[in-house]
Design a protein around this ligand. Structure first.
Ligand SMILES: [Zn+2]
Length: 198
């Protein structure tokens, strides 16, 4: 334990995802020892992100405006919606350059252990978007783990009776992991090889 503010900094850093106590300590001392400018820049950009970044009112992606860059891009295909768990998954899929449609961010996955059911996810918003007759395909791109699979199964059942084609990414993605950890080529292939599930 350190005194006062040093320990506060370590504690706060330790609350970040993927940062263990040792890393928190290392980052804290880096920030304290580094020249003033870069630590201030980091603090400023965190504050600015918290103030300015919102969620797109259409798809739920992070955005500085009411609509994100993808939803407001006139060159995107409006007939296909790819359903993902988090905004960071959009980033992973965009890197593959395999997809030119729109996205829908659920805000997580069904997880009974964590008390997350369908009502906690942006599924109602998805259903509203699917009422648009111009949409021909919904791609389920949830993570290849237990929660992601449960979510995809739930959505397949929910959307199954609709006229829309529901497809799921081909297997071959690293099982148990996150979409974002798949390399671009594997993810691109999973996209190309997607199969219809309804
Ligand atoms: Zn959007």
């Amino acid at each position: 334990m350190y005194d006062g503010i040093v320990q506060d900094l370590i504690d706060e850093l330790g609350r970040l995802p993927g940062v263990g106590p040792k890393s928190a300590q290392r980052i804290a001392f880096y920030l304290i020892e580094t020249d003033n400018d870069s630590a201030s820049k980091l603090a400023a950009v965190i504050r600015e992100a918290k103030e300015k970044v919102r969620f797109c009112e259409v798809c739920g992606n992070v955005s500085e405006g009411t609509k994100c860059g993808i939803c407001s891009d006139p060159k995107r295909e409006l007939s296909v919606i790819c359903v993902v768990e988090e905004s960071k998954d959009i980033n992973a899929i965009e890197r593959t350059r395999e997809f030119r449609g729109l996205y829908h961010v659920l805000g997580g996955a069904i997880s009974p252990i964590s008390g997350i059911g369908p009502d906690q996810l942006r599924i109602k918003d998805l259903m509203k978007r699917l009422a648009d007759p111009g949409i021909r395909e919904v791609i389920l791109a949830t993570n290849p783990n237990l929660e992601g699979e449960a979510t995809a199964t739930y959505l397949t059942r929910l959307l199954g009776a609709m006229e829309i084609s529901v497809t799921k990414l081909a297997s071959g993605l690293p099982v148990g992991g996150d979409l974002e950890y798949a390399d671009d080529m594997t993810l691109g292939r999973a996209f190309e090889g997607r199969r219809r599930v309804n």
